[in-house]
Design a protein around this ligand. Structure first.
Ligand SMILES: Nc1nc2c(c(=O)[nH]1)N[C@H]1C(S)=C(S)[C@@H](COP(=O)(O)OP(=O)(O)OC[C@H]3O[C@@H](n4cnc5c(=O)[nH]c(N)nc54)[C@H](O)[C@@H]3O)O[C@H]1N2
Ligand SMILES: Nc1nc2c(c(=O)[nH]1)N[C@H]1C(S)=C(S)[C@@H](COP(=O)(O)OP(=O)(O)OC[C@H]3O[C@@H](n4cnc5c(=O)[nH]c(N)nc54)[C@H](O)[C@@H]3O)O[C@H]1N2
Ligand SMILES: [Mo]
Length: 755
């Protein structure tokens, strides 16, 4: 008998879980969501897929103490064990590493999105265990906006990626011209970390278009934003927005169109930047023609655009993709600087906006109180984190010093890696290099529902339930809903909840009290309710919330520090103003991030010039990262059984490639296969292969068979300042794959020996 389904939530939205005969058969969109995401279609098939981890498993070579030359991680058999044995092995190994090397040798950065459930949030719970047991080396920053989150606080005094924004209504009502660097992609707005009761991004953007705002998408790809031809397309070479912004700034300066009063009152250092624009610092004047040669945008279009921006009420926004690239600090810094030159900062619908279109909740309201989340425990080794995307450098070079945001730090000697709720063999760059470095630590422990590429490269794999198999709460600070995520089905196989697994390990380590701290779903909710009450917001008590399945929370307009700035409230930068020139950054003496924003040639363009095509590896349309790639929607979108790679007709014709064929993308770092989609939506010279196809390396040739772009991307920090990831800067060549395409084995089980 099918029922109507308990309420549940996911990063891609709330739904009701329809269950038939103990199996989750359909995710029915939540009734309040007028624009549900099709990603829900992946869920039932993925939750019941054949490649779930059913029992704890240990790599045979690790169990038998054989060397990794003989039995490498990722190419070995697994032996299934019972839970007691697995917990015992993990606890003994943590203790051994602590005793022999100290807690800094345990790497618990464990970056990853896990599920929308905030209580069972795997990474948070793992960090509690590792903190309670003596400490660990953590990670700092994100793959999402690693460069921006370091540069913006130095420029405007806060991280605009996670705070303060214009609302869709403010833009609809006030903006005349919206320059959207990276567009406002419909795809990305399917998702919000922590989920949502109802999607608001696409309707918000459509309202803006209906109000007559001129929206210009600066993007190497056409049609990424909702609204079709109502959005103007300005094609640009990937990785060159910095040059466009500098060219626009030069035109404003040259033609006397800058708001000098604003610059004078609210910024410092414009004269230093102006000297750079005029070429006084390096002998190159940064004219529109200079910018045109780098960006591929005609110089006259740059000049006309600058005049249009100066002549209307203008908003400039930038997606996160722009800064996930070499020198990624620059485009977001310049977004602020150009907006300052136009003088509209602080007025509703004018100035700058960061991350519009990068997630659904940007441009929406924000809660003043702390929404429910797993309680944090302080890491005794706080302050020693490595920038999250420098993990392979750390594995390769223990003890080496490196620069980070004005500090000199030292990489720890990592002996044990524990990952829960993330998939580094999806999310990191240059995966061939990572695969080699991954052999170095003594032990790798992975807690996962599925046999992912990371689980297959672990020594101990602990099967975690999916959110459908346990009770949890979904929430995000910019949503107006708090959602019950009710258990819909029994655990698959012998899977246990993340918290239960970690609690058992804590018990074995003798730190269960510190780990548990008496926290329950109820206590976490009630803590949030009390905090809300302190802000005059009344939430139902836990029982009423759970019974109803959700709480609706009144909406509040986001706080605007920029509005306060023009009203005379200083921002927390050294000058109290917007820093067009930063004495602090200048004092670091970095050659790859100066005191003012600037254009830098890309290492990848110089060293990779043999590879003529620029690869964009944007987020996937049919899933979240690598999650549920085995699901129905994701698999239906594959071409020739592989990830679809978009390519311009001219580039395809020059290589004798026909639509739907299998292609091989390659550079010095690696090679992968993909199915090609030929479309003029992608500008010439660019190929677009989304992230997240499960990594599928042929053991002998190293060829990636499934279309994972991270065998091609570069693993190099954005700069010494932020050390963010640079996934969007990669040069490749493409050829027709003439041989018989190999079978994709990404979803196969590893060799398993039953206990
Ligand atoms: N080339 C390229 N690479 C990129 C990007 C790009 O644009 N281009 N984007 C980057 C960005 S912005 C990000 S955020 C990262 C994302 O990288 P990740 O967050 O690592 O990617 P996910 O696929 O979401 O991985 C989450 C993992 O958690 C598992 N999981 C889900 N629920 C649970 C649970 O309840 N418990 C446990 N234990 N596990 C669970 C899933 O099965 C999955 O394996 O990728 C980065 N990598
Ligand atoms: N469906 C879906 N949505 C998601 C995710 C997902 O996995 N699936 N992941 C979520 C996560 S973790 C994050 S961090 C956000 C990421 O959000 P973003 O970083 O904004 O997303 P991307 O898909 O990498 O790229 C957005 C747009 O930037 C364009 N672009 C790429 N390079 C350049 C460039 O050099 N210049 C210009 N002007 N444009 C460029 C791409 O063509 C694309 O249209 O997305 C979130 N939303
Ligand atoms: Mo992200």
């Amino acid at each position: 008998m099918a029922d109507i389904g308990v309420i549940h939530s996911s990063h891609w939205g709330a739904f009701r879980a329809r269950v038939d005969d103990g199996r989750f058969v359909e995710a029915v969109p939540f009734e309040a969501d007028g624009r549900p995401a099709d990603l829900l279609e992946n869920m039932p098939g993925a939750v019941h897929a054949d490649n779930r981890v059913l029992r704890p498993a240990v790599r045979r070579g690790w169990l038998e103490g054989r060397s990794r030359d003989e039995a490498p991680r990722g190419d070995d058999e697994f032996v299934e064990v019972d839970w007691d044995t697995a917990i015992d092995l993990v606890a003994r190994e943590i203790t051994r590493v602590h005793d022999e090397h100290g807690p800094a040798s345990v790497y618990g950065g464990s970056y990853g999105w896990s599920s929308a459930g905030r209580f069972h949030h795997a990474q948070s719970q793992l960090k509690r265990l590792l903190a309670a047991s003596g400490g660990y080396t953590g990670s700092t920053g994100t793959y999402s906006h690693g460069a921006s989150s370091v540069i913006l606080p130095r420029v405007i005094g806060y991280d605009a990626n996670v705070a303060d924004s214009h609302t869709w209504d403010e833009i609809a009502e006030n903006t005349e011209t919206w320059l959207m660097l990276g567009g406002v992609p419909a795809r990305s707005m399917k998702v919000e970390s922590g989920g949502m009761g109802a999607h608001r991004g696409v309707p918000g953007f459509e309202k803006v278009l209906r109000s007559g705002v001129r929206a210009i998408s600066v993007n190497p790809i056409r049609g990424e934003s909702p609204g079709g031809d109502a959005v103007e397309w300005l094609p640009i070479r990937p990785g060159t927005d910095t040059a466009l912004l500098i060219g626009l700034a030069h035109t404003l300066l040259e033609e006397g169109r800058t708001d000098l009063a604003f610059l004078d009152a609210h910024t410092v250092g414009f004269d230093r930047f102006a000297a750079y624009l005029r070429g006084e610092t390096d002998g190159t004047e940064k004219t529109a023609d200079w910018a045109s040669a780098i960006t591929g945008v005609p110089a006259d279009d740059i000049r006309t655009l600058a005049r249009d921006l100066a002549g209307t009420r203008t908003l400039i926004t930038a997606t996160w993709s722009l800064q996930r690239a070499e020198h990624g600090e620059q485009p977001h810094w310049l977004t602020v600087v150009l907006a300052a030159m136009l003088g509209g900062i602080g007025r509703p619908g004018e100035g700058f906006g960061i991350g519009f279109g990068s997630e659904d909740g940007v441009g929406s309201t924000r809660q003043p109180f702390a929404v429910p989340q797993a309680p944090k425990l302080r890491n005794p080794l706080a302050g020693t984190e490595i920038p999250v995307a420098r993990i392979v450098d750390a594995l390769e070079s223990p003890g080496a010093e490196y620069d980070f945001n004005g500090e000199r730090r030292t990489y720890p000697d990592i002996r044990l890696i524990y990952w829960a709720g993330g998939n580094p063999f999806h999310h990191h760059q240059d995966l061939m290099r990572m695969q080699a470095a991954w052999q170095r630590p003594d032990t790798v422990i992975v807690q996962e529902p599925w046999w992912t590429s990371t689980a297959k490269r672990a020594d101990i794999v602990l099967p975690a339930t999916t959110s459908l198999e346990r009770d949890d709460i979904g929430a995000k600070s910019n949503d107006t809903w708090i959602l019950a995520m009710k258990r819909a089905i029994d655990p698959v196989g012998e899977a246990l909840d993340d918290r239960e697994i970690l609690h058992r390990i804590a018990t074995r380590l003798g730190c269960a009290d510190a780990f548990d701290e008496g926290a329950t779903l109820r206590s976490v909710y009630e803590k949030s309710r009390a905090d809300a009450a302190g802000h005059g917001i009344e939430l139902p008590d836990f029982d009423a919330f759970w019974e109803q399945g959700y709480a609706r929370v009144p909406a509040r307009a986001p706080h605007s520090r920029m509005r306060e700035l023009i009203d005379g409230v200083p921002v927390p930068t050294p000058s109290g103003k917007i820093e067009i020139f930063s004495e602090t950054i200048d004092s670091f003496g970095y050659d790859d991030c100066l005191g003012h924003p600037a254009w830098f040639d890309k290492h990848e363009d110089v060293a990779g010039a043999a590879y003529p095509l620029r690869l964009i590896s944007h987020q996937p349309t049919t899933r979240l990262h690598s999650q549920m790639d085995v699901g129905a929607l994701s698999r239906a979108a594959k071409v020739a059984g592989r990830e679809a790679c978009r390519m311009n007709p001219d580039d395809a014709a020059a290589r004798g490639i026909a639509d739907g064929e299998v292609i091989r993308l390659f550079n010095d770092r690696g090679a992968c296969l993909a199915g090609v989609v030929i479309t003029a939506d992608v500008m010439p010279g660019v190929v677009a292969l989304p992230t997240g196809a499960w990594l599928d390396l042929d053991g002998e040739s190293g060829l990636e068979r499934h279309g994972n772009p991270n065998v091609l991307t570069a693993d190099r920090g954005t700069s010494k300042l932020a050390q963010g990831p640079t996934a969007q800067t990669a040069r490749v060549e493409v050829e027709r794959y003439a041989a018989e395409p190999p079978r994709v084995e990404a979803f196969d089980l590893p060799r398993l020996s039953p206990r």
